[in-house]
Design a binder for this molecule. Structure first.
Ligand SMILES: [Ca+2]
Ligand SMILES: [Ca+2]
Length: 668
């Protein structure tokens, strides 16, 4: 697997383990600040450091000061115990790893293979993020304008102030060379989930599990769609109802699958009392659950901020987006009424609207992240959940409101069908090009350009003007930090990957599926072929997203998750809404109306209410009939609980017996 790599520095061989995390500093970092940060990373824990290994990259033109962070195997194992990382022991039982019991997990000679690269990165990243400001450190050294409060994560603060430009893990080229092709070139096998989890971590694996599960779940609606279109055209009502049942079943079964996966991965026990996220602000205090000293902040303030400030703001933003949409329709309507207007003019409002939506999205995203940060959620999963909820509400207005308008205000079903077809066939295909192929082309061009201007290595005797040197970090002399061998392949790799696009979390990929799910199920009674096009796209999506992760983006940070969080709820809300829209569309459809032409409008409304309640009831029944966790997971969880209680009892018993024996000895 991974061996220690040797670097030669000034004749002496420096052995430096594989780089887990690369830290790139800002262009005009001060020497004292850089030294302070590097010391923090390598200092002993009792002095507020992280006890990690640091080595710097030799300065090259155009590159900021960059350091590689790593740790020795023994240190990683020790930290794995501290972080309560769960591993399978030799009997195949998943439990918390401890250094004392290492022989029960793996032979001591193979100890460097126990932790996956994803584990190692999580550990190193965690240690970096947990360098917290001490009580006397009121600002970042050398930067009075960047205040710190006690217990704040120094790395997060530096990222925030731009003192550190990025912190990223490096790809493991050997692993990716094997993993990539078995994943995106393999068209008729499910993705190698276990390998993906080992390399990318739980959060990304869960996305691919979800994508695969959803794609398979699209098969019944696709078949139903074909049957309805070509064999039984008069059965639209039956088709719509079956379609909604399919969607409901898919979401219920996914929940079960999710808890199975979370159990196997050992993440099912994650709670809101877990480790606070690095940006969590609070006064240092004793944690009520673990007794450790961690930042503490009352939860009710977060709730107050969420419901009294964020919620009204989000609603106003949604309303604003809705008004923009209405205005674009209104302008288009007016343009159509002008006689002899060139056809191009009519499309201008839609184009302007599309550009506006794009711009609004960009601004709103930053804003939503800022708001969620301000709400101060304790764990990463809470933060993600609340951020996603805010974003999804806004995206809902942008993506679906115009279709609602066409369906229920203009009531032009031909136009609606045409719009859906364009969105599902052309836009999805274009999106895949933009997602995976375009960045690759750009990267290719960038490299061609870059190769023409070779990176010049700076040698001590060929130093440029002071001005240039200041820019490229040569003047920054770090005490006690060794330098990588200039021929080390990690240097070029860090430079290349540092310029790649970041992949923060699978938010955009989930969003794509969310929007598609809406197109397929919200208006399925108008466009039954939607499921087929979605299926076709997702079949390619599994590959293009895999390709994107392996070849286009920076290696993402591995993250632990136990479920699809806010997405599960968003999909469920969409599913409930699709019951209403489909019932309404059916009650409006001329084919159904022709069955009973004498029915009064009131009777149709009653008909809608009856049908909608019936389906909602059915959804509820399915929800109760299918338990969230499969029986075996519940049994296994109960057994784990029981066993740990027994172990505690046994420990207590042994201790008591020892105490009694000792006191007996004293007596006699
Ligand atoms: Ca796509
Ligand atoms: Ca995607």
């Amino acid at each position: 697997m991974m061996n220690l790599k040797d670097s030669k520095v000034n004749g002496e061989v420096v052995s430096f383990p594989p780089t887990y995390i690369v830290v790139e500093f800002g262009r005009d970092i001060k020497t004292e600040t850089a030294q302070w940060l590097v010391d923090k990373i390598s200092k002993k824990k009792k002095d507020g450091g992280a006890e990690l290994l640091v080595i710097r990259q030799p300065a090259t033109y155009g590159q900021n000061l960059t350091v590689h962070v790593s740790a020795e195997v023994d240190k990683l194992l020790e930290l794995a115990e501290e972080l309560e990382i769960r591993k399978r022991d030799k009997n195949g039982v998943l439990r918390e790893f401890t250094v004392d019991e290492i022989e029960e997990f793996i032979d001591i000679s193979e100890k460097d293979q126990l932790l996956t690269t994803a584990d190692r990165q999580v550990i190193v990243r965690h240690e970096l993020e947990n360098i917290r400001a001490l009580s006397h450190e009121i600002c970042i050294l050398g930067h009075l304008e960047c205040p710190l409060y006690e217990g704040q994560s120094i790395m997060s603060a530096c990222l925030h102030y731009g003192i550190i430009t990025q912190i990223y893990p490096l790809h493991d080229t050997e692993v990716i060379r094997k993993l990539g092709p078995s994943w995106y070139k393999n068209f008729f096998q499910s993705p190698p989930f276990e390998d993906i989890r080992t390399y990318f971590g739980e959060s990304i694996t869960l996305y691919f599990e979800f994508l695969t599960f959803y794609t398979i779940s699209l098969v019944p609606p696709t078949i139903l769609g074909f049957l309805q279109m070509f064999l039984y055209p008069g059965t639209l009502a039956v088709f719509s109802i079956l379609n909604i049942i399919c969607a409901t079943l898919f979401l219920e079964l996914w929940r079960r699958k999710c808890s199975e996966l979370a159990f196997i991965w050992g993440t099912i026990t994650m709670t809101s009392f877990d480790e606070p996220r690095p940006n969590f602000r609070g006064v240092m205090g004793v944690d009520a659950v673990t007794g450790k000293t961690l930042p503490q902040a009352p939860r009710f303030i977060t709730h107050l901020k969420m419901y009294c400030v964020s919620l009204p703001i989000v609603v106003v933003c949604m309303f604003g987006a809705f008004l923009v949409m209405l205005f674009s329709f209104w302008v288009e309507d007016h343009l159509r009424q002008i006689p002899d207007i060139p056809i191009v003019m009519i499309y201008i409002p839609s184009i302007v609207y599309a550009i506006l939506v794009y711009a609004m999205n960009l601004v709103y995203r930053r804003f939503a992240t800022f708001l969620t940060e301000w709400e101060n959620h304790r764990t990463q999963s809470q933060f993600d959940r609340h951020r996603v909820t805010k974003l999804v509400l806004f995206e809902f207005v942008n993506n679906f409101m115009s279709l609602f308008y066409i369906a229920f205000v203009i009531q032009d079903m031909e136009l609606l069908r045409y719009q859906l077809a364009v969105l599902l066939i052309i836009l999805q295909a274009l999106n895949n090009v933009q997602e995976a192929i375009l960045p690759l082309l750009l990267k290719h061009c960038y490299h061609k350009m870059n190769n023409k201007i070779p990176l010049k290595k700076e040698t001590p005797d060929r130093r440029g003007s002071i001005f240039q040197l200041k820019q490229y970090g040569r003047l920054i002399e770090l005490v006690g930090v060794k330098e990588l061998d200039p021929n080390d392949s990690r240097i070029q790799q860090a430079i290349t990957e540092g310029s790649m696009e970041k992949y923060e979390d699978p938010y955009d990929d989930y969003l794509e599926l969310f929007v598609q799910f809406g197109y397929v199920f919200l208006f399925s009674s108008v466009y039954p072929m939607a499921a087929f096009w979605a299926f076709l796209n997702n079949f390619l999506e599994i590959r293009s997203d895999a390709f994107k992760l392996c070849c286009v983006n920076q290696r993402p940070m591995s993250r632990k998750v136990k479920d699809t969080g806010a997405w599960q709820r968003s999909f469920q809300a969409l599913c409930a809404l699709s019951v209403m829209t489909n019932c309404a569309l059916l009650c409006l459809s001329p084919s159904l109306r022709s069955v009973a032409p004498d029915l009064s409008p009131v009777a149709w409304v009653l008909c809608f209410v009856f049908l909608e309640h019936l389906l909602m009831g059915l959804r509820q029944v399915l929800h109760y009939a299918i338990p969230d966790k499969p029986e075996w997971v519940r049994v296994a969880l109960a057994r784990n609980n029981f066993q740990s209680k027994q172990a505690l009892k046994l420990q207590r018993l042994l201790r008591n017996r020892r105490n009694i024996n000792q006191s007996m000895k004293k007596v006699f």
